[in-house]
Design a protein around this ligand. Structure first.
Ligand SMILES: CC(C)(COP(=O)(O)OP(=O)(O)OC[C@H]1O[C@@H](n2cnc3c(N)ncnc32)[C@H](O)[C@@H]1OP(=O)(O)O)[C@@H](O)C(=O)NCCC(=O)NCCS
Length: 240
């Protein structure tokens, strides 16, 4: 699996207007709730930092840039101006698409947020990526029976159900459709995914790339899943 991630604690972000482009700042004004604003900003900041670092843009490289940012983030004016050049646009499906200096970036990206954390991931152009971060918390049997098929429920512990849920969400993001897909048509067993119905049709339309999952614990109380696939050459920009 060839991807990089960046975690940030949303409370540590620099001021929004210091790293957003003009159109991103205008979009931020349309968001109503403070929580949604924080989540949206956290995802964008994490993704911009990650892309700037991966692209080797100079001013960032001279600064401390930990993979998981847990203290107040301070950046030079030069570094912040690099971040302003990287724009993260929302596609009609809700999926993020990056533009660098108005040019679409072919790399695959994904964003997730949960309980004060935001995380972004990037993988090379010829790949597909979906990520999900969720806090391990109480998951009822009723909830599980609504979204899971029988054989997925396994030990039915909160940790197991949270892990399977992150895997479903990571896969629906990789497929670019979000929860417009039926989660019961994305069946997870022992970290292997089996698709049915509409989910299967979407996957076949992407030329059936093999999906690999990696689920890990994060910050003690969270599960983080990456769904990754190598994409056939002709497919990538069909998602834009
Ligand atoms: C995408 C979805 C699975 C996210 O689940 P979640 O656990 O609530 O939220 P997460 O924090 O893990 O992920 C949210 C991120 O997923 C990404 N995302 C949204 N839709 C996506 C899609 N179709 N494909 C890939 N990624 C998507 C976005 O980057 C979003 O963050 P942002 O809006 O701040 O940029 C789910 O919310 C969903 O399907 N929503 C419906 C999207 C929708 O309504 N789209 C059509 C109209 S905009």
């Amino acid at each position: 699996m060839n991807y990089k991630t960046q975690f940030v604690k949303i409370e540590n972000l620099p001021p929004a207007n210091s790293f957003l482009s003009c159109s991103e700042s205008a979009y931020l004004q349309t968001l109503r709730s403070e929580k949604r604003k924080g989540d949206w900003l956290g995802g964008r900041f994490a993704l911009k930092v990650l892309l700037a670092r991966e692209s080797g843009f100079l001013p960032l490289c001279s600064l401390p840039c930990p993979d998981s940012w847990t203290s107040k983030i301070e950046m030079s004016e030069a570094a912040l101006s690099v971040l302003k050049q990287i724009e993260v646009v929302k596609l009609p499906s809700g999926a993020p698409q990056v533009f660098v200096g108005s040019v679409p970036d072919a790399r695959s990206v994904s964003i997730s947020h949960s309980n004060g954390w935001a995380v972004a991931a990037v993988s090379p152009a010829q790949s597909l990526l979906g990520i999900d971060l969720e806090k391990i918390e109480n998951r009822s049997r009723v909830w599980a029976s609504e979204f899971f098929v029988e054989e997925e429920r396994g030990p039915a512990t909160d940790e197991h159900l949270t892990k399977v849920w992150t895997q479903k969400e990571a896969v629906v993001k990789l497929l670019g459709r979000g929860l417009s897909l039926n989660t019961r048509e994305i069946v997870l067993q022992k970290d292997e995914v089996q698709l049915k119905g509409r989910a299967l049709e979407v996957w076949q339309s992407l030329q059936s790339p093999q999906i690999i999952l990696n689920s890990t614990r994060f910050d003690n109380h969270f599960i983080f899943t990456v769904a990754y696939a190598v994409a056939p050459a002709a497919m990538k920009f069909a998602r834009i």
